[in-house]
Design a protein around this ligand. Structure first.
Ligand code: NA7
Length: 293
């Protein structure tokens, strides 16, 4: 698979837009489609063809990348009235880079295989900044041969590729990572609110968090946004709420109870209910003081 491989890209949201731009910049012939057409304009300017239907983008693809919201959006896109799965050429490969459930990944792979289409499960870690610079971390579940086929396309968007196992393993690792990240961000919101309520300077708090052995780039990365009052979405809070619910339901299907994440879910749900669903995930801080919004 080379730069002459035709790539389709569906789902040009906050993440998919810059990711598709990097595929175009890498020189792949690219056809894109997005439900809200205006989001296709920046990649059109980079030379991508904008399809008028999702099926048209699929029909033009050796490799089709999907980057949509969740299981329901992916299943609707592939197997609903848009007709994407039926439009894909025999022998094509679909890479789903959305955050979806392992069960959805396995079922999509089976249904695509019936149409002689291969499937690579590849959610990503990293938000809009590494999406823009092409430095995302791809977490792949796929046959090794399928991964090798699509690797040049992944490399156009990602700085690192981890191969976790067969289809579903990428999604499971993403769920496991996300429950830590979303839990950390919810805890950061609680910690900053408690500290500042007691008179601490939040910037000084972040210096401490950055120096002790629980160091993570998340503390300053997200904490400084609270200090600056900047809640513009890099990773929208509604996706964090989806992720904690996904982690709990995947765990529940195995008879496991993620009680710490259940607490984080309550905070994200309260922040979303207060109107912060489209703000950055760190807007969870607003939920700690129940009367605030
Ligand atoms: P966004 O910015 O909310 O983008 C979501 C994209 O998914 C956007 O292009 C949507 O189209 C598209 N979408 C959602 N539902 C559908 C359906 N039913 N059919 C077709 N297209 C759809 O999310 P991000 O880019 O931040 O994140 C994407 C994924 O990565 C998500 O799983 C995160 O958890 C991680 P729209 O523009 O709204 O018309």
């Amino acid at each position: 698979m080379t730069e002459t491989t035709s790539v389709g890209f569906i789902g040009l949201g906050l993440m998919g837009g810059p990711m598709a731009a990097n595929v175009a910049r890498a020189g792949f012939p690219l056809t894109v489609w997005n439900r809200t057409p205006a989001k296709c304009e920046p990649v059109r300017e980079l030379g991508a063809r904008v399809a008028t239907t999702a099926a048209e983008a699929a029909a033009a693809s050796d490799v089709l990348v999907t980057m949509v919201s969740d299981d329901a959006a992916l299943e609707d896109l592939l197997f609903g009235s848009a007709g994407v799965a039926d439009a894909l050429p025999s022998g094509a490969v679909v890479i789903d880079m959305s955050t979806t459930s392992p069960a959805c990944m396995e079922s999509v792979a089976t249904r695509l295989a019936e149409r002689d289409v291969r499937f690579v499960d590849s959610p990503v870690f990293g938000s809009t900044e590494p999406a823009t610079t092409g430095d995302l971390w791809a977490i792949v579940g796929a046959d090794a041969d399928d991964l090798a086929r699509v690797r040049p396309v992944l490399d156009a968007m990602c700085g690192t590729v981890f191969h976790m196992g067969p289809v579903g393993a990428g999604s499971l690792m993403k769920v496991c990572g996300n429950l830590i990240v979303t839990g950390m961000i919810a805890l950061l919101g609680e910690s900053l609110t408690l500290g500042t309520d007691g008179g601490l300077d939040p910037a000084a708090m972040l210096d401490v968090l950055d120096a002790i052995d629980f160091t993570s780039p998340l503390w300053k990365g997200k904490g400084s946004l609270v200090v600056e009052g900047d809640y513009a979405p890099r990773f929208p809070l509604r996706h964090a709420l989806k992720d904690v619910r996904l982690a709990r339901s995947v765990a529940a299907s195995r008879g496991l109870d993620l009680r710490v994440v259940a607490g984080a879910e309550q905070q994200y749900a309260a922040a979303a209910e207060a109107g912060h669903q489209d703000d950055d995930v760190i807007a969870v801080v607003h939920a700690v003081r129940p009367t605030a919004s």
